[in-house]
Design a protein around this ligand. Structure first.
Ligand code: AHG
Ligand code: MN
Ligand code: MN
Length: 337
């Protein structure tokens, strides 16, 4: 029976019942998270009317300009999540160190990592932005969260999701049992099931990449993107280029329509080739979601979910999307590396 229109709270409780030993803590955690994203959504929707646009004047750990909404979203998440008793630790793209839950609050068995506001360069132009989250079970001894709790393979995620603040606000999440999407109905203030059991097409017709960097890409990516542009009716080429520059929005579109997103390593500085996107806050949660929807994510070298993280703000090349498209990329990667 279709569950369309069901509110997200009921859906989460239903998912929890699949695990008879569940304590309800993950459910509680997700409820707190949903509340925080509603607060962020409200603020994003007011952007332009009140003084929330523009920069704070600070730079973050990645050397990027911090926008006022980056900071607002980060604080909203932190403040909504620190006292629920479900978490022992939080880590964010916008915070240099992982932050343990303050001692005044009970400590829980989960770790939350997030990109509070993704696509922040698009904020001031009213273009879709998002929030990405990743939840792991604590693995260290004792009540306090430790760095090792954050540095777990993506495959061990308990839940992951994102919120897209677009023409409507949507929350898409998985607890490892399929992917479901909910649209925020502003009249009732609830997320309602609008995209049940999302499966991404096995193959798409879209590629998404910042082609301004193409000159500095590795050979495999250059050759692959050239291949996508060649005409061949059998394989549906040429592909169309769609690139927003907000990972959540690019990912979400490709998840629904099919296609491939590429942010490879670039060699602008040949001594220091680097990826841009962050493993723990961006690549890993989206990889978990895409696999649950039948797609795939890789660095070229390795399945994204099998990477053993070495540091909190680790950056990786990210190739993600429809399975056949990612496998074709993989062939190019293997041939040219
Ligand atoms: P964030 O706003 O969280 O720093 O993330 C920005 C990311 C991501 O959203 C997007 O895919 C990518 O940066 C765009 O980078 P380019 O501007 O280099 O294309
Ligand atoms: Mn981001
Ligand atoms: Mn961000």
């Amino acid at each position: 029976m279709s569950k369309m229109g069901m509110n997200i709270q009921s859906h989460i409780v239903e998912q929890e019942r699949l695990y008879p030993n569940a304590s309800g803590s993950l459910t509680g955690l997700l409820m707190d998270l949903i509340y925080a994203t509603k607060i962020i959504s409200r603020e994003v929707n007011k952007a332009g009317l009140v003084d929330v646009l523009g920069i704070t004047g600070n730079t973050n750990v990645h050397g990027e300009e911090v926008k006022k909404l980056d900071e607002y979203a980060n604080n909203s998440l932190f403040n909504a999540m620190d006292h629920g008793g479900h978490l022992c630790m939080m880590a964010s793209e916008e915070m240099e160190e992982a932050v343990p839950v303050p001692d005044e609050f009970p400590k829980g068995k989960y770790v939350l990592m997030f990109d509070p506001l993704d696509g922040s360069s698009n904020i001031d132009a009213n273009v879709s932005i998002g929030t990405i989250f990743s939840i792991h079970r604590k693995v260290s001894e004792g009540a306090d969260g430790k760095l090792e709790d954050c540095l777990q393979k993506g495959r061990y995620q308990v839940a992951a999701g994102y919120v897209i603040y677009g023409s409507s606000t949507m929350l898409v999440y998985t607890t490892g049992n399929g992917v479901n999407g909910f649209t925020l109905d502003p009249s009732v203030g609830e997320f309602l099931l609008s995209h049940e059991n999302i499966k991404t097409p096995a193959k798409g017709k879209i590629y998404s990449a910042n082609e301004g960097n193409a000159k500095y890409w590795d050979e495999a990516t250059k050759k692959y993107v050239e291949y996508l542009k060649e005409k061949d009716s059998e394989t549906g080429r040429p592909y169309s280029l769609r690139y927003i520059g907000s990972l959540v929005a690019d990912f979400h579109r490709n998840l629904l329509y099919g296609g491939i997103f590429l942010y490879p390593i670039d060699y602008k500085d040949p001594q220091k080739p680097k990826g841009k996107l962050r493993l723990l806050y961006e690549a890993s949660p989206l990889a978990f979601i895409v696999e649950q929807a039948g797609g795939l994510a890789t660095t070229g070298n390795e399945n994204m979910l099998d990477i053993e993280p070495s540091e909190l703000h680790q950056k990786v090349p990210l190739i993600i999307g429809s399975k056949e498209d990612v496998l074709t990329y993989q062939k190019f990667y293997n041939e040219y590396n």
